[in-house]
Write a protein that binds this ligand. Structure first.
Ligand SMILES: C[S@@+](CC[C@H](N)C(=O)[O-])C[C@H]1O[C@@H](n2cnc3c(N)ncnc32)[C@H](O)[C@@H]1O
Length: 332
């Protein structure tokens, strides 16, 4: 076994495959393929590395390595399973491979940003495999989680994962373009790993990314299409004391440039990764006017224009409300 993994890992390195989709090094990638080909359980008995492997087993392993190298398919698409926040998830090319640093935050129950005991409702925008929504439901056993995605295919995979983790009663899957299906809903936590790859960056990505759904990655010319919609609408769906947490990866610079006045808190992670910001409900409310502007050419322009009309009438209402006594302006 050990020799098979070592040999496979050297093959992967020689072939120059890209790591970063569920595994981040050649040994783990090779081990995942060997494990799967030999149908080993997730927690095999000690001494497994010293086991002899039959000729048929070795042939199955070689076949998987051939596909990994020739077709540049990420290892976990070949095995059909990956891990996120310590939980197993089914994955296939209908969903992005879970790898968000947000896993670490969920494991810490978003401490110190929200009092965990008060969290009742969570929203995950762009749920893909359902990994963030499901991990949140596990971390907050008293909370209900809404998980939306624009892709019906992705939601099928998410449904299988919700069933696998027996969370059908607390995780609701909805097809929705961002907040569109969520009129009138409000949350303590809104979390999202939306598409955020800009056009130029998208074309330069290693071939492994081409196996992932394009709509999970592509976010217009500058990578900001989805983030802009989330920023402009999240305030309306956050409860007092709530937080918005969004991964934007390498698009962090573009986000800072586009919203110089927004008081983003850029989160740090012990296990690596970055490009994740947090905004409080109060910060979003205070900067509502700045969040109305939408870049021309935005994929969601029509949606945003409608949002802008709504924002204008919100502003008119707000202007009227400043004349009222403070107590009357307090949120219910
Ligand atoms: C980067 S993937 C994240 C998947 C998953 N949350 C994760 O972290 O692995 C982005 C997801 O957003 C979905 N998506 C893209 N555009 C969307 C939109 N306008 N509204 C809702 N979901 C969208 C994609 O289908 C994809 O599943």
């Amino acid at each position: 076994m050990r020799n098979l993994i070592e040999r496979g890992s050297r093959r992967l390195q020689r072939a120059g495959v890209f790591f970063g989709h569920g595994t981040d090094n050649a040994w783990d990638d090779a081990a995942a393929l060997v494990w799967h080909a030999l149908r080993l359980p997730d927690n095999p008995a000690p001494g497994v590395y010293e086991r002899r492997v039959s000729a048929a087993g070795q042939a199955r392993v070689e076949e998987l390595f051939d596909r990994r190298i020739r077709e540049r398919i990420p290892a976990v698409y070949l095995t059909g399973q990956t891990w996120f926040a310590g939980l197993p998830f089914k994955v296939d090319p209908r969903v992005l491979i879970p790898r968000s640093p947000i896993a670490e935050l969920i494991e810490q129950r978003f401490s110190p940003w929200v009092p965990a005991s008060r969290v009742r409702r969570i929203l995950d925008i762009g749920t893909g495999s359902g990994c963030i929504a499901i991990a949140c439901a596990k971390a907050f056993p008293n909370a209900r989680v809404d998980a939306v995605d624009i892709s019906a295919d992705a939601l099928e995979v998410a449904r299988e994962n919700v069933r696998r983790h027996r969370l059908g009663k607390r995780v609701r899957l909805l097809i929705s373009d961002h907040f569109r299906a969520l009129q009138g809903e409000s949350y303590d936590i809104i979390v999202s790993n939306p598409p955020y790859v800009g056009a130029r960056e998208l074309n330069a990505l290693p071939p492994e990314y081409r196996h992932e759904p394009r709509e999970a990655l592509a976010a217009g010319r500058s990578g900001l299409d989805s983030v802009r919609v989330i920023l402009s609408e999240a305030g309306r769906h956050l409860r007092a004391g709530g937080v918005l947490i969004v991964e934007v990866g390498n698009t962090e610079r573009a986000v800072r440039r586009a919203y110089p006045k927004l008081p983003f808190i850029w989160l740090e992670f012990e296990r690596g990764g970055g490009g994740v910001f947090l905004l409080t409900a109060e910060a979003l409310a205070a900067h509502a006017a700045a969040l109305e502007s939408v870049e021309p050419g935005n994929r969601s322009l029509a949606h945003a224009r409608r949002g802008t009309r709504q924002a204008k009438s919100r502003r008119r209402r707000a202007e009227r409300s400043v004349r009222r006594p403070a107590a009357a302006r307090r949120r219910p």
